[in-house]
Write a protein that binds this ligand. Structure first.
Ligand code: SF4
Ligand SMILES: [Zn+2]
Length: 127
């Protein structure tokens, strides 16, 4: 993870309060969450907030409560198995090896292609 990810934070030009909406301020909470979903560093931000045990505020698009729930669950960090993607992603249970449906599809197609080559196995045994 690039340690300078904070430089790309979508919230860096916003007042600090923006990410700390009051309890019951649903409009404020929605606005904070919406900002996070446009943020290019949402994932490292979420991981950092969980690591640091941040109790309050919206970080990585999640409230403190949602982050605590995520931490209690079987939260795992994976790297997308589609090599040209390789994006890090979080999930509760390690059931997906790809970060998205699109990567899953590309990976499946790639394997199909490989296995349709008659010579594929021969190539493998030769090398
Ligand atoms: S995910 Fe949200 S809180 Fe984290 S850096 Fe981006 S905008 Fe800020
Ligand atoms: Zn991917």
């Amino acid at each position: 993870m690039n340690p300078n990810w904070r430089e790309q934070a979508a919230c860096r030009t916003y007042p600090v309060d923006f990410m700390y909406p009051e309890r019951g301020d649903t409009a404020g909470q929605d606005a904070a969450k919406a900002l996070c979903t446009t943020c290019p560093v949402q994932y490292p931000c979420l991981v950092q907030a969980i690591k640091d045990g941040e109790q309050d505020g919206y970080f990585g698009g999640m409230s403190g409560r949602a982050r605590r729930a995520l931490k209690r669950s079987d939260y795992v960090t994976m790297r997308c198995a589609w090599p040209t993607c390789g994006k890090e992603f979080a999930q509760r249970h390690p059931q997906n090896v790809c970060c998205s449906e699109e990567c899953k599809r590309k990976r499946r197609n790639q394997y199909r292609k490989l296995h349709s080559y008659k010579t594929y196995r021969e190539t493998l045994t030769k090398s």
